[in-house]
Design a protein around this ligand. Sequence first.
Ligand SMILES: [Zn+2]
Length: 339
Amino acid sequence: MKLRSLHNAIRFVVIPSLVMIYASNTMAASRIHRLADDQYQLRLSKSRADPITILQVTDQHMGKKGFWRQDLETCRRTRRLVEQYHPDLIAITGDLLTGEKYFDDLLILYAMEFFDGLKTPWLYVYGNHDPEGGTGRDRIYEIFSTSEWGMLGFHTTPDGQRKYDYLIDVLTNNEQTPQWELYNFDSGSEKGNKSIKQVQLDWSQKRSEESKQKYKKTIPAVSFFHIPLKDYQDMWDDPAIEKFGECEEKVCYEEDDGSVYQSFLNVGNVKACFCGHDHYNNYWGIHHGGILLAYGHISGEATNYNWPTGGKLITLSSNADINVQNVMPDSVMMRLERK
Ligand SMILES: [Zn+2]
């Protein structure tokens, strides 16, 4: 008798909470399909009228020897942001990993397992430090391609080079036409390859043209990459353009010469660009020609930063409006003292 009432009490407590967990997983269900080496389809379980939210995180620089406390804090703060904002997608815009690669494959595996554990789709583009330290792009790709929730694609150029640029079609419910397209680029690392090059723009122009032909209209697009464009500096220097957020260092646009922005204007589908790389810049504004240029907000505790680390919350609305804000976690268990 005693046992039975205990059993009933357990059923009463446990079963409703199991149902709730199941229901919330069902509601949040997203499906990722790989359509080609350079193309994914991300289908979100929401109506076309609902806004799509993306949490951009950037420049974590994880894996520096002796910085495990900071790496742990980076992960906890990102997890807290996901709990606060429930984004549909996380965009990691490069320099996720330190260039040192002291922990080799285990570092890459840990980063993947951390993001997979958030049970939210994530996309990743290479930063300049990610392929350093003897663990190049192909090795990171090999490991990330086993991810349950992550996306990283590539295409092969006419001269046989593999470039880690890819497209994600974002669809809602059972719609057949993407609501948004995400063009994700590897902005390079090595001298002579430290910006988005023409061969990569040729690829995105071809993909954009195919999309126009297929859907008989221009699907609005957003682009993610690591190294900022020269136009970020031009925009900051132009007093006629309203900017939000902060600029505390010169824009390190490396080898970019303005051709990427011009290509996006020519094609006409890209509405916004999001980059990382400069830890002391987190501003955004609408540049000449109408494209929103935005920095992420520094996420890495193990590197240099000026503000509390966090991310960028991007909201894509059904009428193609884009809203952005810098976000920081509202409370994090700070059980570890900084060194
Ligand atoms: Zn960088």
